[in-house]
Design a protein around this ligand. Structure first.
Ligand code: CP
Length: 306
């Protein structure tokens, strides 16, 4: 992608992903580096967020950049009818980097077409969430010591969950076996199943979150059923509580198993899992700071050294 924008995880080669992961580790060792003094980062959030926005803003602040932006589009001229194109063009007058979350799939790509300022996609509809993927990869690497030869089980909303789509694409660079656990309504979309088939990626689809699947997993990636993507709320009510993880279910799991979740959770992981050493979702969110520091520097063309 031109000008270092990151719209999709597919914009990054395997080498670029590995370099970003290394850079994230440098930031974890020392997150406070004033290497972006004088830069302005704009965070435009047209959809709610806690972790992504705050960790991007923390990342920019810890690097010495200034942050502008909004988390409530109703308080901007969008509410008066200003188009996304005009909003992006205006913000481009002020900022060196745009981080944007939008409810429309393709919005981030569109933004790159109307500005020369680099854009990082912070989530576009049910499409992609590449910065989440970078922190997920970093979390997997930290906890497993590798990204190859792993069994990763994705559970819940595999249809609308943009994080699982991005993660699957990123892990296609590595040797990973997948279990896709979802009900019929929320199963992994056909395009991703076809992608696995064409690329020789081993996968198994299951309606049941069985002990065999749990006990053979190195990573369990739980997801929230994305209420905001449903047009039929009755269907949401039918499927929202189908997959739940509790501590007892982990009794015979692998010692190296780690439970990931992009968060927020709304009941799919019981609170009794939180004290299990295999629960990693809060540290995972913390890793987002380092992964996003690395992504901001890449987007701004800043080389980071030890
Ligand atoms: N994982 C994630 O995107 O969280 P937020 O919606 O809180 O940013």
């Amino acid at each position: 992608m031109a000008n270092n924008s990151i719209v999709s995880i597919n914009d990054l080669s395997k080498e670029e992903i590995l370099k970003l992961l290394h850079t994230a580790s440098l930031f974890e060792a020392n997150p406070n580096r004033h290497i972006l003094d004088g830069k302005v980062v704009a965070t435009l959030f047209f959809e709610p967020s806690t972790r992504t926005r705050l960790s991007f803003e923390t990342a920019a602040n810890r690097l010495g950049a200034r942050v502008i932006g909004f988390s409530d589009p109703a308080a901007t001229s969008t509410a008066k009818g200003e188009t996304l194109k005009d909003t992006i063009k205006m913000v481009s007058n002020y900022a060196d980097l745009i981080v944007m979350r939008h409810y429309l799939e393709g919005a981030a790509l569109y933004a790159t077409e109307v500005t020369d300022v680099p854009v990082i996609n912070a989530g576009d509809g049910a499409h992609q969430h590449p910065s989440q993927t970078m922190l997920d990869l970093y979390s997997i690497l930290k906890t497993q010591g590798r990204l190859d030869d792993l069994t990763l089980t994705m559970v819940g909303d595999l249809k609308y969950g943009r994080t699982v789509h991005s993660l699957l694409m990123a892990l296609s660079h590595f040797r990973v076996r997948f279990n896709f656990v979802a009900c019929k309504e929320l199963q992994m979309p056909r395009e991703f199943i076809d992608f696995c088939g064409k690329n020789g990626i081993e996968y198994h689809e299951s309606r049941e979150f069985s002990p065999e699947i749990i006990n053979s997993s190195d990573i369990i990636y739980m997801t929230r059923v994305q209420r905001e993507r449903f047009t039929d709320l009755m269907e949401y009510e039918r499927v929202k509580d189908l997959y739940n993880l509790n501590n007892a279910m982990l009794a015979d799991s692998r010692p190296n198993l780690r439970i990931l979740h992009p968060l927020p959770r709304v009941g799919e992981i019981a609170e009794d899992v939180d004290d299990n050493p295999k629960a990693y979702y809060f540290q995972q969110a913390k890793n987002g700071l380092y992964a996003r520091q690395a992504m901001i520097c890449r987007a701004l063309g800043i080389e980071v050294t030890d």
